[in-house]
Design a protein around this ligand. Structure first.
Ligand code: TYD
Length: 211
């Protein structure tokens, strides 16, 4: 089973993905928890390039191909081999992020992005995508709080884009969900992480327990 978490900044997907992995471990499963960008060795270098605020601006086309290169290597080296051995895979962001961010956010052609996504993944799609949805203001507030707590700088990252950019991404994700109701499940992410996890678990098909 291949599960992806998607959503705007501050939606809590990283926390809930980790909690889902722990839940699975508690049931004797051996999930692979991974993320994009940065899930493969090449991807970790690409992630530094993509998110480093001190670099000169990257054109949206170059940015797109870096995300796609990350996904191509990640799918081939990490995700497919894990699925082949029967491990559940939990991925923090996947192909829908490209449609939401580069398509709805940066204004690139959606049909072209779908085609490029298909090349980069070799047409591998998550069995289920949890779209953790919440208002942009709430998400950005959570990011600010996290940055204050960790003392990290957010300069130059996607968190620094305008509120309108994040609004376009949120509605983009909701449109993706409307177009793919079988694959993408919208989860209200304004609740606590425990409640969000429960909602995700209630949408999962029954898991064979090996415990
Ligand atoms: P990250 O720090 O992992 O953010 P988050 O915790 O919100 O996932 O940074 C990843 C950023 O890259 C995030 O802002 C979304 C963006 N992104 C794209 O623009 N396109 C993509 O295809 C992917 C996978 C991520």
């Amino acid at each position: 089973m291949f599960i992806a978490f998607e959503g705007i900044e501050g939606c809590g997907k990283t926390t809930v993905a980790r909690m889902l992995a722990e839940w699975m471990i508690g049931r004797g499963l051996n999930p692979l928890q991974t993320r994009e960008p940065g899930g493969s060795e090449l991807g970790r270098e690409l992630r530094r390039v993509l998110l480093d605020p001190s670099r000169p601006a990257i054109s949206r086309e170059a940015e797109l191909f870096l995300f796609l290169a990350d996904r191509a290597q990640h799918t081939r080296d990490i995700i497919r081999p894990a699925l082949t051995t029967g491990r559940p895979v939990i991925c923090d962001r996947f192909a829908d992020s490209t449609v939401a961010y580069q398509g709805y956010g940066r204004g690139m052609n959606l049909a072209e992005l779908e085609y490029l996504n298909k090349i980069s993944t070799g047409d591998l799609w998550p069995d289920i995508v949890f779209l953790l949805d919440l208002p942009v203001a709430l998400g950005l507030e959570r990011v600010k709080k996290r940055l204050r707590a960790t003392g990290e700088s957010d300069e130059g990252r996607f968190d620094n884009e305008t509120k309108e950019f994040h609004e376009r991404i949120r509605s983009g994700f909701l449109e993706i969900a409307a177009k793919n109701p079988g694959r993408v499940k919208i989860i209200d992410a304004s609740a606590s992480p425990d409640e969000i996890l429960d909602k995700c678990l209630s949408r999962l098909p029954r898991f064979p327990s090996v415990a």
